[in-house]
Design a protein around this ligand. Structure first.
Ligand code: COA
Ligand code: AMP
Length: 257
C-alpha cells in the first residue's frame, strides 16, 4: 500500500486512569513532528504510561467532510443549559424521553458501575434504548483530523470569537465525523474534566451548539451520547466511527449569542 497519510494516536494514563488522548492524520513527512507534539502533551499531562500508535491510511479510503457551524451560547445556570440541550435534541429528531434519559445517564455516570465511560453511548433516538456493545467502554470516534487550510481558517474564526480552548477545536472535528456517520441523528457531550464546564449538542439541522455551563465546577462526570436513527445498522456505524479515516477540509461558520 502506498500511504498518503498516517494516523498518529496518543493515549496517556496515570495510575491506570485516562489522563490525555489525542490524534492527528498527517503526511509521512510530518509524522515525526506530530508524534513529538503528542508525546510532549502526554508528558505535560503528568502521565505514568504513554501509548503511541502510527497507522498508515490509504488515500482512496479517505472520506472528506465539513465542520458543522458553531453557535456559542452562554446560559444562566446548569439547569438552563441542560434544558436547552434537551430542546435542541428534540428539535433534531430525538424523542423527549430519550433526550432526558441520556442526559440524566451521563450526569449520574453512564458506565455499569456509575462511573464515566471510556467512550460514547449509542442511544436509539426514538426509544432511548442503549445500543453500544459494551456499556463501560462505549464507542470511540477515532481516525480523523482537519487539514491545514481548514484548521487555519477555523483558528482565525475561533480566535475572533474568543474561543481559545484547544478542546473546542478538537471536539468540533470529532463532532463532524460523528455527524457524518451512517445513522447518527445528533450528539450530546460534556467533558468529564472537573474544570471544564462547556458541552454541546450537534446535529445536521442545528449545527454545533456549544452550551455553557453544562455542569457545576468540580463535577467529575461527563460523557457522550450518539443518538441513532431507529433500525440503523449498529455494526456498520461502529465500524465507521472507529475505523473510517475522515478528514475535515471545510470549516463552518462561528457565531455567538
Ligand atoms: N478515555 C478513556 N480511556 C481511553 C480513551 C479515552 N478517550 N482512549 C483510549 N483509552 C484507553 C482504554 O482503556 C482503551 O481500552 P478499551 O478499548 O478497552 O477502552 C485503551 O486506552 C486503548 O485504546 P485504543 O482505542 O486502542 O487507543 P488508540 O491509541 O487507538 O486511540 C485515542 C486513543 C485517545 C487517540 C482515541 O481513542 C480518541 O479518543 N481519539 C479522539 C481524540 C480527540 O480528538 N478527542 C477530542 C475530545 S474533545
Ligand atoms: P472529553 O471531552 O475528552 O472530556 O470526553 C468526554 C467523554 O466523552 C468521556 O468521558 C468519554 O465518555 C467520551 N469520549 C472520550 N473520547 C471519545 C471518543 N474519541 N469518542 C467518543 N466518545 C469519547
Amino acid at each position: 500500500m502506498c500511504a498518503e497519510l498516517y494516523n498518529v494516536r496518543m493515549h496517556a494514563e496515570s495510575g491506570g486512569d485516562h489522563v490525555s488522548g489525542a490524534e492527528r492524520m498527517v503526511p509521512a513527512g510530518r509524522v515525526e513532528a506530530v508524534t513529538f507534539e503528542l508525546l510532549q502533551r502526554a508528558i505535560d499531562a503528568g502521565s505514568s504510561a504513554i501509548s503511541l500508535k502510527v497507522e498508515a491510511v490509504s488515500g482512496p479510503d479517505l472520506v472528506r467532510g465539513a465542520l458543522p457551524d458553531l453557535h456559542d451560547v452562554q446560559c444562566g445556570s446548569v439547569a438552563e443549559a441542560r434544558e436547552q440541550a434537551v430542546q435542541l435534541l428534540v428539535a433534531s429528531g430525538v424523542a423527549p424521553d430519550a433526550a432526558e434519559k441520556a442526559l440524566q445517564t451521563i450526569a449520574s455516570g453512564a458506565s455499569s458501575s456509575g462511573q464515566v465511560m471510556r467512550g460514547a453511548m449509542l442511544v436509539d433516538a426514538a426509544t432511548g434504548e442503549r445500543l453500544e456493545p459494551d456499556s463501560d467502554r462505549g464507542v470511540r470516534a477515532t481516525c480523523f483530523d482537519i487539514d491545514d487550510a481548514a484548521a487555519a481558517r477555523l483558528e482565525a474564526l475561533l480566535s475572533a470569537a474568543g474561543l481559545h480552548h484547544r478542546r473546542t477545536r478538537e471536539a468540533l472535528v470529532l463532532a463532524s465525523k460523528v455527524l457524518a456517520a451512517p445513522g447518527v441523528v445528533a450528539e450530546l457531550c460534556w467533558s468529564d474534566d472537573p474544570g471544564y464546564r462547556s458541552g454541546y449538542v450537534s446535529s445536521a439541522g442545528h449545527g454545533y451548539v456549544r452550551l455553557t455551563p453544562m455542569k457545576e465546577a468540580g463535577d467529575p462526570m461527563g460523557g457522550r451520547a450518539f443518538f441513532v436513527r431507529p433500525g440503523a445498522d449498529v455494526e456498520q456505524l461502529v465500524n465507521f466511527l472507529e475505523k473510517q479515516p475522515y478528514l475535515v477540509t471545510e470549516p463552518g461558520r462561528v457565531r455567538q449569542g
